[in-house]
Ligand binder design. Structure first.
Ligand SMILES: N[C@@H](CCC(=O)N[C@@H](CS)C(=O)NCC(=O)O)C(=O)O
Length: 370
């Protein structure tokens, strides 16, 4: 399949992928040149907002009794259903946290809707969803032309590559000529083409619509490498029979600030989602955990902790929810560090840039609670 050239550089023979076993409809082979004409992740123009200008989403959600949250179709660590259809993951916890902030102690007032990369924005624009928490990268075009808002960056990520250990490849630079499985409608697909051009590497993208078919194609050897956000690679690797048979290459080729999205038109709901993220961060910064939050709410003498936990002032009311909203969130889900440890540490992910700002290299920072 791949050969070492006389210069010692690894080269990949050109392959023709045969559609069939995977289902021809699932494999969309795309020549890079053809793609260049119409970038797959070009944002769809925003339709008229469904529950748009002037709407009160918090009230709508409260009256409905359920938050409708878009997640991925299944990505370990971020959003994946178990055999009983119960969702868990880092993004799932963001949906639950917003629901807890609105409804109080009941964490099950969320309806999860699985969305593909291509369907996610339309689902939010059309009003099918109240919010999206789905490993989605904040970019300028998405922020400005979709009629949507990114309230916060919940996870700083970057794109990487995974290959089978047996391939003997140790650097992305050795992927010249390789076939690379990638999902359409993602920044991943665009970054791959930018990276190949900047590094004068020829790659053959194999663009496959559904995540599970993408991974299956990589496992079956239809692609030499699989590319997505590094966190996604860790998630996919963790669910393989022998994770150790796959290596994540050291190069990170992009910035992928991931976070929740809401529709334009209701800044109060955007504020709530933003401060749910900051609340999780601030709880960690002040050492407030699921185990001690109730006690801290009554006894912690630090003024900011008192305000955060609703003992002094009306910060919750200013957000349109109960003053004890953060007590409820942290009691059920833990602080940001606890959410991270539960969902992402088992995948082998380090805090890295997602450490608090108080740790060298950490970028996660909450503005003051006052
Ligand atoms: N962060 C990138 C990629 C996000 C993405 O959709 N990644 C894929 C590959 S890991 C995914 O989550 N697929 C799950 C699915 O299709 O449900 C973006 O916002 O475009």
């Amino acid at each position: 399949m791949n050969t070492m050239s006389s210069s010692g550089k690894r080269g990949f023979s050109v392959r023709r992928l045969v559609l069939g076993a995977m289902g021809a409809g699932l494999l969309a082979l795309t020549a890079p040149a053809a793609r260049a004409q119409a970038p797959a992740a070009a944002p769809a123009p925003a339709p008229a907002p469904a529950a748009g200008g002037g709407s009160n989403m918090i009230e709508t959600i409260r009256n409905r009794g359920t938050l409708i949250c878009g997640v991925s179709t299944g990505l370990a660590g971020f959003s994946a259903p178990d055999s009983q259809g119960r969702w868990s993951g880092f993004d799932v916890d963001y949906c639950r946290a917003v629901a807890i902030a609105i409804f109080g102690t009941d964490q099950n007032r969320v309806r999860f809707v699985a969305t593909t990369p291509q369907a996610r924005f339309t689902a939010l624009q059309s009003g099918e969803l109240d919010m999206l928490a789905r490993n989605t990268t904040w970019t300028l075009s998405r922020d400005t032309s979709l009629g949507l808002d990114f309230p916060a960056t919940s996870f700083y990520d970057g794109q990487g590559f995974m290959v089978k250990r047996s391939l003997g490849v140790t650097s992305a630079r050795q992927l010249d000529g390789a076939t690379i499985c990638v999902q359409p409608g993602t920044t991943t697909e665009q970054n791959l083409s930018d990276w190949a051009r900047s590094n004068r590497v020829t790659i053959r993208p194999v663009v496959i619509e559904r995540q599970e078919d993408n991974v299956a194609a990589y496992i079956a050897g239809r692609c030499d490498a699989y590319t997505t956000d590094a966190s996604g690679l860790a998630g996919v690797r963790s669910t393989q029979q022998n994770p150790n048979d796959h290596i994540i290459l050291p190069e990170i080729i992009s910035k992928e600030p991931l976070g929740p999205l809401v529709r334009h038109g209701d800044q109060r709901f955007a504020d709530l989602v933003r401060w749910v993220h900051f609340g999780l961060l601030a709880a960690e910064e002040f050492g407030i955990t699921a185990a001690n939050v109730e006690q801290a709410a009554t006894a912690d003498q630090r003024p900011e902790v008192g305000r955060m936990l609703g003992r002094g002032g009306d910060l919750g009311q200013m957000l349109g929810v109960d003053n004890r909203w953060l007590v409820n969130v942290v009691k059920i889900l833990g602080n940001y560090g606890e959410v991270f440890s539960r969902n992402l540490t088992p995948l082998g992910l380090q805090r890295g840039p997602n450490a608090l700002w108080t740790t060298p290299g950490g970028l996660q920072y909450a503005p003051p609670f006052r």
